[in-house]
Design a protein around this ligand. Structure first.
Ligand code: APR
Length: 257
């Protein structure tokens, strides 16, 4: 409860209970509590690696060894990470019939590891490598050696099946994500600075299609002042935990209803 008497968690829980067909859009912030740094901000990956030098398809094609320095760090950090209470909370909300899908910008696979069934990987996933010449695919851990550049049987360099700057979003993922945004009752935006397009357009698409938009972030973002209806300030695990508690108090959302 805020000093002005408003209770945003209660409001958000009420929205979710009333509308039920909620979709979540997640970013790096949801995995910070799993030990994976976000991208922006003082501790972010881009503070260490200039994304225009280390994360564009242009830089990958011209300096793959250099780009693999950054990619290797991501593969090892994500490889050792476990889903946290926020990932598990979204999976529980799916089980409760409140959240029907997760659109994630993350490439760490932690939503699936937490038990979420419908996950749209908007920026791909690190657990697969693809040859940029013959398109052959390999499980990352089959070909990746820390510090080395993984090669395809054709001899060319392999790239993780993630979207680097300058690459298009996988067509199916973009179609599915926009369809979920157009038809959801509530979009819950968790842990994204919403600075990267076209992912940052998803909240606007949902809003223009009549959905309520709820944001979970310890900070304000570029969305906060405009498309957001309710801003829940705090860490993803804490806020999602409190939302679930409130929902369980709401008599028509207890598990199995
Ligand atoms: N819980 C919730 N949100 C958090 C937490 C937390 N514990 N910790 C940080 N955040 C918030 C930050 O306040 C910030 O708004 O998460 C956001 C992370 O923002 P970014 O680092 O910009 O990550 P993201 O929005 O996912 O980046 C989008 O940009 O670099 C590319 O392809 C990359 O998918 C990525 C895309």
């Amino acid at each position: 409860m805020r000093s002005d008497g408003s209770d945003p968690i209660r409001e958000a829980a009420r929205l979710l209970a009333d509308r039920r067909n909620a979709v979540a859009l997640t970013g790096a912030g949801i995995s910070v509590e799993s030990g994976i740094p976000s991208f922006r901000g003082a501790q972010g990956m881009w503070a260490k690696y200039d994304p225009m030098e280390y994360a564009t398809i242009h830089s990958f094609m011209h300096s793959p060894r250099k780009v693999w320095e950054m990619l290797s760090e991501m593969v090892s950090v994500c490889g050792g990470a476990m889903p946290n209470a926020a990932h598990k909370g979204l999976a529980a909300l799916e089980e409760m019939g409140v959240v029907r899908a997760v659109i994630t910008q993350n490439v760490d696979g932690l939503h699936q590891a937490a038990g979420s069934r419908r996950v749209i990987e908007y920026h791909g996933n690190l657990d697969e490598l693809i040859c940029v010449y013959c398109w052959k695919r390999y499980p990352t851990l089959e070909r990746w050696i820390p510090g080395a550049v993984p090669l395809c049987d054709c001899g060319e360099i392999l790239k993780p099946n993630v979207v680097l700057f300058g690459e298009p979003i996988p067509w199916l993922a973009q179609e599915q994500a926009e369809e979920e945004a157009r038809t959801c009752g509530v979009l819950v935006v968790v842990g994204t600075s919403a600075q990267v397009s076209p992912a940052c357009d998803i909240p606007r698409i949902a809003k223009e299609s009549g959905a309520a938009v709820v944001e979970i972030n310890p900070e304000e973002t570029s969305l906060s002042g405009n498309v957001i209806d309710i801003h829940l300030r705090g860490s993803a695990s804490k806020v999602i935990g409190r939302l679930i508690e409130r929902l369980k108090e709401t008599d028509d959302v207890s598990p199995g209803h």
